[in-house]
Design a protein around this ligand. Structure first.
Ligand code: ADP
Length: 277
């Protein structure tokens, strides 16, 4: 059974006449990493907000169709409950810091405090997360003193602290430098190993090619492509839909056409070219 199912979702924002999400159906399997691409304003963020129950609860508007978490409609959960199952992090690390805690350790513990996690367990969990997110040197610092990449790691740690089964990341690296971006992707890899299901909206397709099991393509509110990373990110239709293909894949397609195997990464391209010598 899929962990999260969207069934015929259609959504219109308040005071709007046109739906921005049109007939989207989707099943997420537990433990997989899904990369989500598509043009600007194609509905990716709206879809994330539907999956975590913020739409329609907070944004209102008109939603039809069903969202099921472990087979049960998410409308049966309250938003706080749902946040413990479906974690969400978005692109701006600066606005994700609570502003009420003075150290990184306290910030990570904040969500757990709100959920009433026992103190002993909370301390142990914060320690684990500090190791995992490489925050040891920063744990006593004020979260506001951190760089963008460090803040994003703290924001993610606070979400992972609640041990959600699904983690939705909406362009988590869009404001980060390449090194901090790699750090976030390494964390994604670790979370996958820990059995989490990850829904990652991200433009950096070279990295998606490396880390995702499946790719979804959104265009004008519709889910227009969905499949294994190797199938989707070698298909030129992605570009027509406003998405991108990895650099090396585009180069290969231009140079050799869509004949035989098309590489997704530089390493794959090397071995293909070597094999054809
Ligand atoms: P993406 O994340 O792919 O850039 P969005 O989900 O942010 O796309 O936006 C999809 C569409 O919904 C866009 O046309 C956008 O203008 C519209 N939209 C987003 N937020 C709101 C809102 N709060 N009220 C009305 N329209 C909105």
């Amino acid at each position: 059974m899929s962990i999260l199912s969207l069934k015929n979702i259609q959504y219109t924002y308040p005071l709007e006449t046109e739906p921005v999400i049109k007939n989207v159906s989707l099943d997420l399997e537990a433990g997989k990493v899904y990369g989500v691409i598509g043009g600007n304003e194609s509905g990716k963020t709206t879809l994330c907000n539907i999956m975590r129950g913020f739409i329609p609860e907070l944004y209102k508007g008109t939603l039809s169709g069903d969202v099921l978490f472990n087979g049960k409609s998410i409308s049966e959960y309250n938003i706080g409950e749902l946040a413990a199952h479906i974690g969400y992090s978005f692109q701006n690390p600066f606005t994700q810091i609570s502003g009420v805690k003075e150290t990184v350790s306290e910030e990570i513990a904040y969500g757990m405090e709100n959920l009433g996690v026992p103190r002993e367990k909370m301390i142990q969990r914060v320690d684990e997360l500090i190791q995992l997110f490489q925050l040891d040197d920063l744990k006593d610092k004020n979260p506001f003193e951190l760089s963008g990449g460090q803040k994003q790691r703290v924001a993610l740690a606070s979400i992972v602290a609640l041990d959600p089964e699904i983690i939705i990341l909406d362009e988590p690296t869009s404001q980060l430098d390449p090194k901090s971006t790699e750090d976030i992707f390494k964390i994604v890899k670790h979370l996958k190993k820990a059995g989490k299901t990850i829904f990652l909206v991200e433009h950096k397709v070279d990295l998606l090619a490396e880390y995702c099991d499946e790719i979804l393509v959104m265009s004008a509110g519709e889910l227009v492509m969905k499949g294994k990373t190797t199938e989707i990110l070698t298909d030129e239709k992605v570009v027509q839909y406003g998405g991108q293909l990895p650099q090396v894949t585009l180069y290969f397609l231009q140079a050799f056409g869509n004949q035989g195997k098309v590489p997704l990464t530089v390493a794959e391209a090397f071995s293909l070219l070597k094999g054809s010598e």
